[in-house]
Design a binder for this molecule. Sequence first.
Ligand SMILES: [Zn+2]
Length: 160
Amino acid sequence: MGNAIYLDDRPYVGKNGTAAEVGHMPEALSDRECSCGNKGCIEMYCCGKTLERLMQRHFSDTDISDLFIKYRDTEVFRDFVRCMAVPVATEINILDPEAVFLGGGIVQMQEFPREQLIEHILANTRKPYSAENIKICFSKQSPEYWNVGAAVMGFAQSEK
Ligand SMILES: [Zn+2]
């Protein structure tokens, strides 16, 4: 679960360049091992690897690109999407930002339930603010956007 924070017209990278790793915030009662070496990271419930694992366990006869087309309203994927909302809502609650932009392979999948994700994010966002005026946007799918993001980041680094 990639993430970046943009503050005062600059990317925020933190002391060691590891800021904004919201995917590695712990889900307190979990001991599921994460690729980072810790246990219980929230992304272990809502990343691409988890999607693949859920497919193999529950829908092994389905191509991964059809998962949300066929099964978006199952409890398995409702829980998956609900977990995706946790780090987003947490970040909103910490930063009270102008907007969040959601992108990447999973939310770009056909029939991914974006409205469910927004609903869960807002359900866990502080009321009345930021919940009443946070902008939740979905980025377009294109490698060009990734390149632009990397270029902006590189430019900001070179200015230090
Ligand atoms: Zn982790």
